[in-house]
Design a protein around this ligand. Sequence first.
Ligand code: SAH
Length: 228
Amino acid sequence: MKTIIIILLILVHYPPDQDKYQKERERMVRTQIEYRGIKNQHTLDAMKKVPRHKFVPDNVVDHSYTDRPLPIGYGQTISQPYIVAYMTEAINPKPNQKVLEIGTGSGYQAAVLAEIVSKVYTIEIIKELFGTADKRLKQLGYKNIFCKAADGYYGWEEHAPFDAIVVTAAAEHIPPPLIAQLKDGGKMIIPVGSAFLNQTLILIEKEGREIKTTSLLPVRFVPFTREK
Ligand code: SAH
């Protein structure tokens, strides 16, 4: 009897599903992220913590921790875990920082950033995706993520300047308002290139009046669209 009660107590505390996803997440970080050279400890810890399976539609939940992007509806995707980690590491996030993300999508990248920095502002152009992500992030208890439905090309003026900006849709050029809203010493990471063709992840560092750009990695993102 005593053994049964103990087993029941353990199950209540650690439901099998949660345990299963926790294991999958640890494996994902080890085999897809650390193995490929991501070292930033804040990034690794955040990737181990955020429940990616709660950010994907029910029909693909079994693939939550696989090494690829997944469809989230409206022709959009949640980025591959490695790319999320890569972009997070690239801005070298610190606990006291304020970060702007363009392209909320599922809200996953925003959640990963929010585990590290103090405030995340995120903008999504598709109203339905904004609605689901906003609700999801609130349900998961993120109090330091602020969502807005708008064209992210113009950034979020009233909360600028930002320590870092992460753009998760591929733009044909770097939106000048985003550069303007970056702090001196700030970093921005953005995929640049044509829709569904060759795109490169670019790191932008603002140093006074100088803008330093570094090409980092060939990538494939959904396009950065504009409000009509
Ligand atoms: N960061 C997301 C991945 C999103 S995919 C995640 O973690 O799930 C890119 C998103 O950018 C899409 O949802 C798309 O609708 C959005 N997007 C494209 N152009 C945009 C724009 N101009 N402003 C804001 N969001 C935009």
